[in-house]
Design a protein around this ligand. Structure first.
Ligand code: ATP
Ligand code: MG
Length: 609
């Protein structure tokens, strides 16, 4: 929540660099921008000229009572109307294009950057914050830079045009009209500030309420079991009544603003009618001129109101721009060098034709590693793993198991030393190449909402149904899948909530099998499942690990025993390594660990045989 409060709601000083960056995004479609602004210029000119033509019509037709020139005026009006139609069309089409293209370009870059940012970024950044950047910020910006920008050009030009024409026609009346301008501008700024401030408070309350909704919904079970409904409701009540107060305030200011402007406009019209009327009766000016000024007052006030609005929105949009640019410009801590990208492609555009086949040999060579905040976890760590070897990582909490695995995945990189894959530093090839050949089955596997079929297919999108079914059968997921009414087309629900933990694991194994990675990382789940599923999982793991290099953070004795090599880790060092039988014979660390942690499980697992 603090994250939101600090960042979201501050006014910022005009920052040319941010706008330069955003405007450079508009270069590819500057044609649309220019055409839109051109349409706005023509419309502004028409808005200026149109009352002027009416004035001549009044003077030439009504005053002289002759219809001689009427056909010309009719022809002219038809022309003007078609021109207006055409220009409005051009205005809407081009503004719409600018808006769509800009928001697409911004979102594309932000999305690409999100793929390049390391895991650690997601540890620090709330998902809601990222979502807001991708949705409301990019929408704000593209709105203001399309409709806003074109409206701004229209308003400014029309006001300039009208002012010039007024002074040419009649200086006195022009001065009278403009005399209310300072009042108008002052009032507009005052109200806009008040309204924006209230809105900002509303949004702040709103994000608190959304957060509270979120907690209320996701924590509903806990709330109920702890009988916290009352407290929750009171908190929520407090939040919403704040929101109501600010909303009423905003509505009040918005409600007062328009009538005040209208009042000034009417007052100005009164002045013009008074002074202009006297001039008309003294025959100093024509009725047409009087009409012209009355008409101009009307068309003068609209852009002033719009401008106040647009300028206020520009200020907000700058905050959006800053946050988006911050995200887009964020340097990922782990990235491919230019040379590597040249050959292997970037995070989105792979150049698979240049990718070498990955065999699966992994080597840590004098790897020292520490997290950006923290102490050294590994120092001069060495490990050589043959292609196809199954490694089990065991050790107490904090021993460095996850760290080793994270390094292999290149979620982090060695602070010193190298990690070699097939004998070559993995930094010399792209992250995309590595990740395409690497599978990671997490402790709590994530399923995407969609069907079981789709979820297994994520492993390899082009897999046929038969291949999916085959994989599911191998890991024994098929048994429970076909029991569902919809079989493979069963919807798993958001995050797979409609499936049990064991079922999710089996599906994630099928997914890994279909992807057929050369290196597989498995963070074994500790959660207990029923005996039958447990047996299935044990067999599934054996099948999934077969024939590939694997690193398993192991909790199951069955996995550990059948691995080719067990690494016993302590404080980032390998204390012992070997097969289960070798290590048991040593009667040292592994033996102790085994007797403490696993013995009970052995009895349990053997009971299940
Ligand atoms: N993101 C991080 N930032 C800073 N320090 C970290 C981070 N992750 C882990 N560490 C530290 O690195 C050390 C090794 O942690 P690691 O997560 O590799 O242990 P582990 O063997 O996987 O433990 P567990 O069995 O609890 O998962 C610990 O001292 C831990 O505090
Ligand atoms: Mg861990």
């Amino acid at each position: 929540m603090n994250y939101l409060e600090e960042e979201e709601y501050q006014d910022s000083k005009f920052d040319i660099k941010v706008w330069y960056k955003i405007f450079s995004y508009m270069k590819p479609f500057k044609k649309n921008v220019i055409l839109g602004i051109l349409a706005a210029i023509v419309l502004a000119a028409i808005d200026t000229i149109y009352p002027l033509i009416n004035k001549y019509a009044i003077d030439e037709i009504i005053e002289t009572r002759s219809l001689e020139k009427l056909p010309y005026f009719i022809a002219f009006y038809i022309l003007v109307m078609s021109l207006i139609g055409f220009m409005v069309y051009g205005f809407i089409i081009n503004a719409g294009q600018v808006q769509q293209k800009l928001s697409f370009a911004l979102r594309k870059d932000a999305f690409k950057r999100l793929h390049e940012l390391p895991f650690s970024y997601y540890d620090k950044t709330p998902v809601g914050w990222i979502m807001a950047r991708m949705t409301s910020d990019s929408r704000n910006l593209s709105d203001i830079l399309s409709w806003g920008l074109i409206d701004l050009s229209w308003g400014l030009l029309m006001m300039t045009g009208i002012t010039i024409v007024m002074f040419i026609i009649n200086v006195k009346l022009a001065l009278i009209t403009l005399s209310v301008l300072p009042l108008l501008i002052g009032l507009s700024i005052y109200f806009k500030k008040k309204i924006l401030k209230a809105y900002r408070k509303i949004r702040k309350e709103n994000s608190k309420i959304t957060g509270s909704f979120n907690e209320g919904i996701t924590g509903a079970k806990t709330t109920k079991t702890l009988v916290l409904e009352d407290d929750n409701f009171n908190d929520f009540d407090g939040l919403t009544s704040n929101m109501r107060r600010h909303s009423i305030k905003a509505a009040m200011f918005a409600g007062l603003y328009f009538p005040s402007i209208l009042f000034i406009a009417t007052f100005a019209t009164g002045l013009i009618i008074y002074y202009g009327g006297m001039d008309v009766s003294a025959d100093i000016i024509s009725i047409g001129v009087l009409y012209l000024f009355i008409a101009y007052i009307g068309s003068f006030f609209e852009p002033v109101m719009q401008l106040a609005n647009i300028l206020a929105r520009f200020q907000q949009a700058q905050a959006s721009a800053e946050r988006l640019i911050d995200l887009i410009d964020m340097e990922p801590e782990i990235f491919d060098t230019k040379e590597v990208i040249e050959i292997y492609g970037d995070a989105i555009n792979f150049k698979k034709e240049n990718w070498e086949e990955l065999v699966g040999e992994v080597e840590f060579r004098n790897v020292t590693f520490k997290y950006s905040k923290g102490e050294t976890v590994l120092s001069y760590f060495n490990l050589k793993v043959k292609a196809g070897e199954n490694i089990a990582l065991v050790g107490h909490t904090g021993a460095g198991k996850s760290t080793i695995v994270n390094l292999i995945c290149r979620f982090y990189e060695p602070t010193e030393g190298k990690i070699l894959i097939d004998g070559k530093d993995y930094k010399d090839r792209s992250i995309g190449w590595l990740h395409d050949n690497l599978g990671y089955v997490l402790q709590s596997p994530h399923l995407f909402s969609g069907t079981i079929l789709e979820n297994i297919r994520y492993g390899r999108p082009e897999a046929t149904f038969e291949e999916v079914e085959h994989a599911a059968k191998l890991v024994e997921a098929d048994n429970f899948i076909i029991e569902f009414k919809d079989g493979y087309n069963t919807e798993v629900g958001e995050g797979g909530t409609r499936l049990s933990v064991g079922q999710k694991q089996l599906i994630s194994f099928a997914r890994a099998l279909i992807a057929d990675p050369k290196i597989l990382i498995l963070d074994e789940a500790t959660s207990s499942v029923d005996t039958k599923t447990e047996k299935s999982i044990q067999r599934a793991i054996k099948i999934v690990l077969k024939g590939r290099t694997s690193f398993v953070i192991a909790h199951r004795l069955s996995t550990i025993i059948s691995s080719d090599r067990i690494l016993v880790l302590e404080d980032g060092k390998i204390k012992e390594e070997g097969t289960h039988n070798e290590l048991i014979k040593l009667e040292k660390h592994y033996y102790k660990l085994y007797t403490n942690q696993f013995k009970s499980k052995v009895i349990e697992e053997s009971k299940n045989e």
